[in-house]
Design a protein around this ligand. Structure first.
Ligand code: ADP
Length: 912
C-alpha cells in the first residue's frame, strides 16, 4: 500500500533533498532514521549566508536548495528580471518567499511522516515548523521594507509590483494561518496514531481474552458435570464482560473513524492551500514555482492518501477481527448453551434443587402460594422431580409469576421416604466459621443431602460473615414478626445457598442490632442475641407452614430452640418435628440469671426448676441443660467424649446426662472431604495425593518461603499447630512444643488466636521472641487459606488438648499427610491410635499419642515421632500414605445421624 511507486518516492526525495522513505506503506517502513531526521532539521536552520539590510538588521536564514536547481533557477531569474524589469533584490525575495513556502510544505511532509512514525517527535517538528514560520514572517517584514530603500513611498504605493507584493504578503499570511491549522491537524494525527496503537493493544487484549475464553470453554467441557449454577453464572458473567469489552472496542473503532474523517479535513486544507497558491499566481516566474509547489502538494496529498489508506485498511482489518471474534464468541455461547442443556438433562446438582426449594419457601412466606401447595412443590423438589426441572428450564428468562403458575400446575401430593431436616446454628463453614461447629454444619448437612434428605440451615445474618461464600443471596419480600422482651420485632429473611445447601439468614430489625457487631461471639449481650435468634428461627419455620421432621440445634447459642419448641410452638400446632440437640463442647453452657429466659418468651417459673433448666450448681438457669431435658435426641461429637461428660468432663451436667442417658449418644464428627482434599485444594501451591507425595515438599518449600523460614535443610521436619488458643487446647503444652521442637532441630508453625487477652498477649510475646529465628513462626490470627498450607506443608501436627470433644484438625492433618501427635482424650482418642501401641491393630495405628497432660508426656510422643522421621524414612512415608488414605468423610457418621433421626421421626408419626 505504498503511496507512490519507488520511482515516485525517489523523485520526491530529489526534490526535497531528503532521504527518500523506502516505502510509505506501514508505519515501520515509513520511519526515517533518527539521525537523518535530526540532520534534516539542522539543514533547515543553518546560519544565514547573506544578510539583507533591514530596519532591525535581522539576518535572513539561508534557505538550502539543490545546487543544480539553483543554477538553472538563476538563469530563469535573469531572464525573468530582464523581461519584467524588476529589481533583482525584489525577485530574490520573491523567490525566497516561494522557496520558504516550498520548504514549509517539505517540512509538513516531514512532519506528517514523522508523526506517523513517532508521536514523541512531533514537538520537535513543531518547533522546526515554528522556526520556518518565524523566517517567513521575517521575510514578510523585510519584503515590506525593501521598496523604502529604493523608492519613495508614493512611487511604491502606486507600483503594481508593490501591490503584487502586498497581495503576496497577504497570501503568505494566509499560508501562515494554514500552516497553523496544519500544525493542529498534525497533533490530531498524532492522536490518531495513539488511538491506533491503543486499538492495537485492545485487539491484543481481546485476542488474549478469546484464547482464555477458549481455554475456559475446553476446561468447562470437561468440568461441565461438576459445574454448579454458581460457576455457570460466573461463565455467563465472563461472556457478558467480554461483550462489554467488545462494545467499548467498537466505540473506539468508531472514534478512530472520526479521527480519520478529521484527517480528510486535513486533506481539504491541502486543497485550500493549493488554491491559495494558485491565487498567488502573480507572475510567470511565480507560476513556475507555484507549479513546483503544486507538485509538492500533490506528493504530500499522495502521502496523506497512502496514510489514510493504510489507516483505513488497518481499521478494516480490525473490524474484520471483531466480526470474527463475534462469530467465534457466538459459536462458543451456542456450544455452551447446548452443553448446559445437556448437563441439565443429565441431572441437576444439589445447588439447583436447593435454589428451587428456597424459591418455593419464598413464595410460601410471601403468601404467593398456599402452604399446602408449597409443601407439595417442596416435596417434588426434594425428590428431584424432573417435571419441576423442565418447568424451570422452560421458564428461564420469563417473569417469576409465569414460573409459579407452571409449578402450581404440577403440584401433586406425594410421599417422600427422606426426612426434612433443619439445622439451626450460629456457625456454618465457610460463610461464618469460628471453629469445628461450622465445619460440622456444612459437612453433615451436605452428607445428609446426598442421602436424599431435604436439609435446610438457618443462620444469623452477621455483618462480618463471608458474604462472597453465599450464592444467590437475596432478601425475601416478607418481614417475619417475632416476639422479644414483650414486643414484636420485624426480621428480614435472606436466602442463599452455601456449599449447595439452602440457607436462611435472619436479619433482626431490633434496635440492638444483634448481628451487626463485627464479630460472631464475645458480646456482653450474647445471651440475648442468641435467644432472640432461636425464637425467630422457630417463628420462620412456623410461618412457612413447613412439615419439618427434624429440627437440629447446636451448642448453647441455639439450645433455646428445644424448650421454645415444646413450650411455645407445639402449643400453636407446629409440632410435626422432633428436636435433636448436639453439644459440641460442654464447657460452654449458656448460664444466666433465670429472668433472662423471659426475653425470648420462655416461662421462667415453669422452667426454673432442678429437673428442667435450673443449673445444677448455681441458682441460675442453664440453657444446655434445658436442651438436654427438652430435646428428643441429644448427641455429642465423639463416643469417648460422651463417656467423659458423664463424669467430671460434663462440667456439672453429668447427672443430667445420666438421667437422660437413653437419648444421649456420641457420634464422631468427620470432615468435609471436598473442602479438605489435597489433590484439589485451591489454596495449595502444589496439589498432591497419597500416591504422589512430591507436592507435599513443594508446599513445604512454599510455606517456608512465605513465612521466611529457613530452607537450608529441605528434610528438616516441620511441626504444625492450628487452634483457638484457649486453656482447653493445652496452651502450656503448645508453648512447650515450640521450644521442644527447636531443641529437636525441627521447625514449628503455629496459627491461632485467642479470645482470652492474657493468652493472646503471652503468645504475642513468644512470637516477638522468635521473630528473627528462622525455624519458629507464630501467626496469631484466623487465616483459612494459610491453614490449608500449614496442613499440607507440615510433617507432624500437634493437638495436646486438655480435653477435646472431637477435634477436627488431627483428621484434616492426616488427610494432608501430616502425622498427628495428640493427647489421648475425647475425639482424639477415637481418631488417633499410637504407632507403637501393640494392643491396637497395626492397620489402625496412625499417629503418636500421650496420656498425661504434662511436658514429659508430650516429649515422649514427639521424640518418638522425630525418631521415626529421621531414622526410618521409609516407615514414615508409609505412615504418611496410610494416614492420607483413612476415610474421615461424613458418610458413616451421617448414617448414624440418619438412623437416630429416622427413629425419632417414626415415633413422631406414630404419635400424630
Ligand atoms: P474447635 O472447634 O474446638 O475450635 P476443632 O479442631 O473442632 O476445634 O475445629 C477447629 C477448626 O477451626 C478447624 O477447621 C481448624 O482448621 C480451624 N481453625 C482453628 N483456628 C484457626 C485459625 N487461626 N485459622 C484458620 N483456621 C482455624
Amino acid at each position: 500500500m505504498a503511496c507512490s511507486s519507488a520511482a515516485g518516492a525517489e523523485a520526491t526525495a530529489l526534490l526535497f533533498r531528503h532521504p527518500a522513505p523506502s516505502s510509505i506503506a506501514g508505519r515501520r517502513r515509513l520511519a526515517v532514521p533518527r539521525r537523518t531526521r535530526h540532520q534534516n532539521l539542522r539543514i533547515s536552520v543553518q546560519p544565514p549566508q547573506k544578510s539583507t539590510p533591514s530596519a532591525n538588521h535581522r539576518k535572513r536564514p539561508n534557505i538550502q536548495r539543490d545546487v543544480a536547481a539553483a543554477s538553472s533557477d538563476k538563469e530563469r531569474r535573469q531572464k525573468f528580471e530582464g523581461e519584467n524589469g524588476l529589481p533583482n533584490i525584489q525577485l530574490e525575495d520573491l523567490v525566497g518567499m516561494i522557496q520558504s513556502t516550498e520548504k514549509n510544505i517539505l517540512l509538513l511532509n516531514q512532519a506528517r511522516l514523522q508523526t506517523l512514525e513517532r508521536a514523541d517527535k512531533i514537538l520537535k517538528e513543531k518547533e522546526a515548523l515554528q522556526r520556518k514560520i518565524t523566517i517567513l514572517e521575517m521575510k514578510l517584514s523585510e519584503t515590506g521594507a525593501q521598496p523604502k530603500l529604493s523608492k519613495s513611498d508614493t512611487e511604491i504605493s502606486d507600483s503594481p509590483l508593490v501591490m503584487e507584493f502586498d497581495a503576496l504578503k497577504e497570501e503568505n499570511m494566509l499560508l501562515k494561518d494554514d500552516i497553523e491549522f496544519l500544525k493542529t491537524n498534525l497533533v490530531e494525527i498524532a492522536e490518531t496514531e495513539e488511538s491506533l496503537s491503543k486499538l492495537e493493544k485492545e485487539r491484543a487484549l481481546l485476542d488474549a481474552s478469546l484464547r482464555e475464553l477458549e481455554c475456559s470453554f475446553i476446561a468447562a467441557q470437561s468440568d461441565m458435570l461438576k459445574l454448579g449454577p454458581q460457576q455457570h453464572d460466573a461463565w455467563w458473567e465472563k461472556v457478558e464482560n467480554l461483550e462489554e469489552l467488545l462494545e467499548s472496542t467498537a466505540n473506539q473503532v468508531k472514534h478512530a473513524a472520526m479521527v480519520l474523517d478529521l484527517n480528510h479535513d486535513f486533506q481539504d486544507k491541502v486543497e485550500k492551500l493549493k488554491a491559495s497558491l494558485a491565487a498567488a499566481n502573480i507572475s510567470k516566474f511565480c507560476l513556475y514555482f507555484v507549479d513546483l509547489l503544486q507538485q509538492r502538494v500533490k506528493s504530500v496529498e499522495e502521502c496523506f492518501q497512502a496514510c489514510n489508506h493504510e489507516m483505513h485498511s488497518q481499521i478494516e482489518l480490525y473490524e474484520h477481527s471483531i466480526v470474527e471474534f463475534h462469530e467465534t464468541l457466538g459459536k462458543i455461547i451456542k456450544e455452551s448453551e447446548k452443553r448446559s442443556l445437556e448437563h441439565y438433562a443429565e441431572g441437576m446438582p444439589s445447588e439447583f434443587w436447593s435454589r428451587i426449594s428456597l424459591l418455593i419457601d419464598g413464595w410460601s412466606l410471601e403468601k404467593k402460594i398456599s402452604h399446602n401447595n408449597a409443601n407439595m412443590l417442596r416435596e417434588m423438589a426434594w425428590k428431584r422431580d424432573n417435571r419441576l426441572r423442565e418447568a424451570y428450564l422452560s421458564c428461564r428468562g420469563m417473569e417469576e409469576r409465569k414460573l409459579m403458575e407452571n409449578f402450581l400446575k404440577m403440584a401433586l401430593p406425594g410421599t417422600s421416604s427422606g426426612l426434612h431436616i433443619v439445622h439451626i446454628a450460629a456457625e456454618m463453614a465457610p460463610v461464618a466459621k469460628v471453629g469445628g461447629l461450622a465445619d460440622v454444619i456444612s459437612g453433615l448437612g451436605k452428607a445428609l443431602q446426598k442421602k436424599g434428605h431435604l436439609v435446610e440451615i438457618i443462620l444469623p445474618k452477621y455483618d462480618c460473615m463471608q458474604h462472597n461464600q453465599i450464592n444467590n443471596l437475596k432478601v425475601l419480600d416478607v418481614v417475619v414478626q417475632s416476639y422479644f422482651e414483650g414486643n414484636l420485632f420485624g426480621n428480614k429473611i435472606w436466602t442463599g445457598t452455601v456449599e449447595g445447601l439452602p440457607v436462611y439468614f435472619i436479619e433482626p430489625q431490633h434496635p440492638a442490632k444483634f448481628f451487626w457487631r463485627a464479630q460472631y461471639y464475645g458480646e456482653h449481650d450474647d445471651f440475648k442475641r442468641f435467644s432472640y435468634f432461636s425464637r425467630v428461627a422457630l417463628e420462620l419455620l412456623h410461618q412457612s407452614g413447613k412439615k419439618v421432621d427434624i429440627i437440629h440445634c447446636h451448642d448453647w447459642q441455639t439450645a433455646f430452640v428445644a424448650p421454645l419448641y415444646w413450650d411455645v410452638y407445639a402449643n400453636l400446632g407446629f409440632n410435626s418435628a422432633r428436636i435433636c440437640f448436639t453439644c459440641h463442647n460442654f464447657e460452654y453452657q449458656g448460664v444466666a440469671p433465670a429472668q433472662d429466659l423471659a426475653y425470648c418468651g420462655l416461662d421462667v417459673e415453669h422452667l426454673d426448676r432442678p429437673d428442667r433448666m435450673r443449673d445444677n450448681s448455681h441458682g441460675r438457669i442453664n440453657v444446655v441443660k434445658g436442651a438436654i431435658v427438652y430435646s428428643n435426641i441429644v448427641t455429642t461429637v465423639s463416643p469417648t467424649y460422651a463417656q467423659e461428660v458423664r463424669s467430671e468432663g460434663g462440667h456439672g451436667l453429668q447427672d443430667t446426662l445420666k438421667v437422660h442417658s437413653k437419648k444421649f449418644v456420641g457420634i464422631l464428627n468427620a470432615i468435609d472431604t471436598d473442602t479438605w482434599n489435597p489433590s484439589r485444594d485451591r489454596f495449595l501451591k502444589v496439589q498432591y495425593s497419597a500416591n504422589d507425595l512430591h507436592g507435599k515438599s513443594g508446599n513445604k518449600a512454599a510455606l517456608r518461603k512465605q513465612l521466611k523460614l529457613s530452607s537450608a535443610y529441605a528434610s528438616q521436619p516441620l511441626v504444625g499447630c492450628i487452634t483457638r488458643l484457649v486453656p482447653q487446647k493445652g496452651v502450656h503444652l503448645i508453648r512447650h512444643a515450640i521450644y521442644k521442637t527447636a531443641e529437636l532441630g525441627g521447625q514449628f508453625v503455629l496459627l491461632g488466636s485467642s479470645p482470652v487477652p492474657h493468652i493472646q498477649r503471652e503468645f504475642e510475646g513468644i512470637a516477638d521472641h522468635f521473630q528473627n529465628n528462622s525455624n519458629i513462626r507464630l501467626i496469631l490470627k484466623y487465616d483459612d487459606a494459610l491453614s490449608h498450607m500449614i496442613f499440607a506443608a507440615s510433617d507432624m501436627f500437634i493437638v495436646p488438648s486438655m480435653f477435646e470433644p472431637c477435634g477436627l484438625t488431627q483428621m484434616i492433618a492426616m488427610r494432608y499427610g501430616s502425622v498427628p501427635v495428640v493427647r489421648k482424650t475425647g475425639g482424639l482418642n477415637d481418631s488417633v491410635f499410637d504407632f507403637d501401641d501393640e494392643t491396637i491393630p497395626v492397620e489402625l495405628r496412625n499417629g503418636f499419642t500421650f496420656v498425661k497432660a504434662d511436658e514429659q508426656g508430650f516429649d515422649s510422643a514427639i521424640e518418638r515421632a522425630f525418631n521415626y522421621y529421621h531414622r526410618k524414612p521409609e516407615v514414615w512415608k508409609q505412615l504418611v500414605q496410610k494416614d492420607m488414605r483413612i476415610d474421615f468423610s461424613w458418610d458413616s457418621s451421617a448414617s448414624q445421624y440418619e438412623d437416630i433421626y429416622q427413629r425419632a421421626a417414626v415415633r413422631a408419626r406414630a404419635a400424630a
